[in-house]
Write a protein that binds this ligand. Structure first.
Ligand code: HEM
Length: 303
């Protein structure tokens, strides 16, 4: 998934395999992604939600492709957070600059070459480098520019489609399960009432079922279906009783793990958000540990 420029792979946090380099990339943004700071981004999401809600009201009674709308919404939120500017999908009600279309093509490519990496040199030769060369930038500004570009590109790619898929899954399962729909509606109304009564109550404290519903939807339909790959360290590793040599590519797949009945219960293939609220502390610990929608891949692989 890393672009190539003049034969060199331009790694982002997504693609870097060297643990030291990966850690340095990660620590440079760790503060930005802290929960405290994430809350500062809510204003950007709120703006997008406002536009989305107004559009839905004007379209009331008409058929809409809701999955498309959720994707436009997710892209606008991530655009607003990453660039402090919306891409404008929900306002323009279209795929601006064919961005979603292009990312789709990119993901089709990644899906195939990710599993058949010997195709990469054949397919990639000259493709990325030509488009970057056209930028014709001065060498000293280029390095910095590329780092910013790659990071922004990685976030836009990593954040938008995954968020759109997760929102779609959540809405799909709520609409398909009337009793969950009704319970969530009641819980939200109740939270609004409590919030009006006490400024000390947070929405997080009240909205347990919507949280559990989000998790359950992401369990049944995780946003990343690709195998989550890792390479064993140079000295090799023992995994599930097998001794593997160094640099062996091992992976784990969220859609497979999420349906294991020993972890999620006999009804693991059913949508039942309540399982997250009813589980014993030990059972919940295992459910969280193997919940790979936003990845715990390394931990899950070695246990
Ligand atoms: C519901 C939404 C999301 C889902 C389902 C999701 C899913 C994932 C998964 C499964 C991985 C791990 C891949 C692996 O372990 O091999 C991952 C990593 C990553 N995601 Fe997300 N993601 C979401 C939202 C976002 C957002 C909003 C951003 C940034 C704006 C983002 C940025 C990243 C980055 C930078 C990594 C690499 C982290 C690392 O290597 O340590 N993701 N995501």
């Amino acid at each position: 998934m890393a672009p190539v420029y003049q034969g060199a792979v331009l790694d982002s946090m997504f693609t870097a395999r060297d643990p030291v380099y990966h850690k340095s990339l990660k620590s440079s943004v760790a503060q930005i992604f802290s929960m405290t700071n994430m809350k500062n981004f809510e204003v950007y999401a709120d703006e997008c939600t406002q536009i989305f809600m107004e559009a839905m009201l004007t379209l009331e009674g008409q058929p809409v492709d809701f999955s498309m709308w959720l994707q436009w919404y997710a892209f606008d939120v991530i655009g607003a957070i990453t660039f402090q500017r919306r891409f404008g999908f929900t306002e323009q009600r279209r795929d601006v600059d064919d961005m979603i279309g292009k990312i789709d093509i990119g993901l089709q490519y990644v899906k195939i070459v990710g599993q058949l990496p010997f195709l990469i040199p054949l397919l990639q030769k000259g493709l990325m480098s030509r488009s970057f060369q056209r930028l014709n930038l001065l060498p000293d500004t280029f390095d910095r520019f590329m780092k910013v570009l790659i990071t922004a590109f990685a976030y836009s790619l990593a954040g938008s489609d995954t968020t759109a898929i997760s929102l779609r899954a959540m809405i799909y399962y709520i609409v398909k399960n009337q009793h969950v729909y009704d319970k969530i509606q009641r819980e939200i109304d109740e939270a609004d009432r409590n919030k009006q009564l006490s400024k000390f109550i947070t929405y997080e404290e009240c909205l347990k079922l919507p949280q559990a519903t989000m998790k359950e939807a992401m369990r049944l339909h995780p946003g990343v279906g690709f195998p989550l790959e890792r390479f064993t360290p140079p000295e090799g590793a023992e995994i599930c009783g097998y001794r593997l040599p160094g640099q062996t590519n091992v992976s784990i797949s969220a859609p497979v793990i999420h349906y294991i009945t020993d972890i999620y219960g006999e009804d693991a293939d059913s949508f039942r958000p309540e399982r997250w609220l009813e589980a014993s502390p030990e059972a919940l610990k295992a459910m969280e540990r193997y919940f790979l929608a936003v990845s715990n891949a390394t931990q899950a692989l070695i246990t």
